[in-house]
Design a protein around this ligand. Structure first.
Ligand code: FAD
Ligand code: NAI
Length: 475
């Protein structure tokens, strides 16, 4: 086997494995190194996303939503369920099987595309005329050389100072996705994406969930009107979210965790939980890469410093995904991976940061693309807004899920769509239309004039576009 490659990718998450496949498609001899191990010590490519992120969280969200529907929504349809119970072990086993299918799928794709996979940890050794020497340690012990290196080493959960994750009582996303019995009382620190998704899973299957958030506003990055609507809906479901708290001492006992904090009125509080999820953001992972030794520049927050094209300070060394600036999202990592492979091939790879969609997979889902109303106000942009509630959508009524709305923001003069915000059923799927529209710089009138299938949730998107011009037909 040749040890010299045109492209060596370090990290096999969505940024790395997609970059490797695209590089191979473009005719480069390509290697991908990934150190993730499954429970048996075997290779488990796919990174955080596949192993302890996007995929397993969505599996648990689906299972727990079915359970909630069976317990609360089926009766209205005339479906009677007696003796309903939750088998958490089976829910977790199903999740693990889905993760494995994804790991195996990536190994298959590597074979199909002739990407050489190394299961181990990659680190820079030295650079010379042939390229960069990379040492692989672990299951595969090798030294390989790459003309181009793509660093895609991802991120790790951020811990509270002096509160280590033990993954038994104090959980990161890894432990939160592997709880083996419903905790009666679950504490969550951080009302961000992970806190709300994981809090929803365990609330649906019976936990009393308390989410403690430092900021005074709920989901500050989300359009305010949408965030307020979501906050109301979550409160109705029984998800308790306390804003503006200051976390104090955290003490893990034998079977529970005590959290001391100050509430938004300045009162000292103490809560005891059976499990505590800490989801306060993630930090870039450059552990053991020997960045310093090779002279790879990191920024002041520890991210690999890159320019707009994902080029680092070292010639022919690129970096993509969570380890560089920008939103920590799998699809952003993938887009950067493709763009870098194409740039190596001399093409003009491009990532449009203005049209990266965000989705929070709660129920109802929250999804958005482009600017929020508060951002437009702050930037002094003149805009028009149009909203349409799912309550007035026939398909949503038939589904039995009429919560939320679609909101359009368009330029006051040109009518170009500047942002679309959705809280409601299947928002994750509905947002794609808005992404396509914004990529083509469509106006709200363009969407309003396009024929949408009836009855469908997408009619709410069309109606919100019509509402920009105050001519909704069904509301
Ligand atoms: P990673 O996925 O972190 O992959 C990096 C890989 O590189 C890992 O396998 C790591 O072990 C390996 N590695 C690191 N260093 C080395 C080394 N030196 N040598 C060899 N291998 C190395 N995003 C979404 O878009 N949608 C979602 O629904 C979503 N849900 C999420 C849910 C949770 C609970 C979490 C935690 C995250 C979620 N994310 C989601 C974020 C998403 O997982 C990340 O944005 C994405 O995984 C980043 O991809 P990446 O390739 O940059 O890094
Ligand atoms: P996050 O950034 O979404 O949320 C962290 C929250 O914790 C924030 O609201 C922050 O104000 C709060 N916080 C920070 N320090 C705190 C403290 N000391 N006390 C109390 N609250 C504190 O980060 P999260 O939820 O950990 O997720 C990490 C990232 O993973 C996300 O930003 C996202 O990029 C990605 N992700 C994406 C998902 C999706 O696309 N559906 C799902 C889950 C994660």
């Amino acid at each position: 086997m040749s040890k010299n490659f045109d492209v060596v990718v370090i990290g096999g998450g969505p940024g790395g494995y997609i970059a490797a496949i695209r590089a191979a498609q473009l005719g480069f001899s390509t290697a991908c190194i990934d150190d993730w191990k499954n429970a048996k010590g075997g290779a488990a490519p796919g990174g955080t996303c596949t192993n302890v992120g996007c995929i397993p969280s969505k599996a648990l969200l689906q299972s727990s939503e079915h359970y909630e529907h069976a317990g609360h929504a089926f009766a209205e349809h005339g479906i009677e369920v007696k003796g309903l119970s939750m088998n958490v072990g089976q829910m977790i086993a199903r999740k693990e099987a889905i993760v494995k299918q994804n790991n195996d799928g990536i190994l298959y794709l590597f074979k199909k595309n002739k990407v050489t996979f190394f299961h181990g940890h990659g680190s820079f050794v030295k650079a010379d005329a042939a390229g960069y020497e990379i040492k692989v340690t672990g299951a595969a012990e090798e030294t390989i050389v790459g003309k181009h290196i793509i660093v895609a080493t991802g991120s790790n959960p951020r811990a509270l100072p002096n509160v280590a994750f033990d993954e038994k009582l104090i959980l990161s996303n890894t432990g939160a996705l592997a709880i083996d019995a419903v905790p009666a009382k679950l504490g969550v620190i951080g009302a961000g994406v992970i806190g709300l998704e994981m809090g929803s899973v365990w609330r649906r299957v019976g936990s009393q969930v308390t989410v403690l958030e430092a900021l005074p506003a709920f989901l500050g990055a989300v359009d305010e009107q949408i965030a307020k609507e979501a906050q109301k809906l979550f409160a109705k479901q029984g998800l308790s979210v306390s804003l503006g708290v200051k976390i104090g001492a955290i003490a893990a006992g034998k079977k529970d965790v005590t959290v001391e904090y100050t509430d938004d009125k300045g009162n000292a509080q103490k809560a005891v939980f059976d499990k505590l999820i800490v989801s306060i953001g993630r930090v870039p992972n450059t552990n053991g890469l020997n960045a310093e030794g090779i002279g790879l520049k990191l920024d002041e927050r520890g991210f690999v410093a890159v320019d707009g094209d994902c080029k680092t300070n070292l010639p022919n060394v690129w970096a993509v995904g969570d380890v560089v600036r920008g939103p920590m999202l799998a699809h952003k990592a993938e887009e950067e991976g493709v763009a870098v492979a194409e740039r190596i091939a001399g093409q003009h790879g491009h990532v449009n940061f203005n049209t990266i969609p965000w989705v929070i997979y709660t129920s109802p889902e929250i999804a958005w693309v482009g600017k929020t109303e508060q951002q437009l106000k702050a930037e002094g942009v003149a805009y028009k807004a149009g909203t349409f509630p799912f309550m007035a959508n026939g398909r949503a009524r038939a589904l039995g899920d009429t919560s939320g709305m679609v909101k359009f923001l368009a330029d006051a003069k040109t009518d170009e769509i500047l942002g679309v915000h959705i809280v409601g059923p299947m928002a994750s799927e509905l947002i794609s239309e808005a992404v396509v529209a914004m990529e083509f710089r469509a106006s709200s009138e363009d969407i309003a004039r396009i024929c949408h299938a009836h009855p469908s949730l997408s009619e709410a998107t069309k109606e919100a576009a019509l509402a920009v011009d105050k001519r909704s037909l069904n509301f």
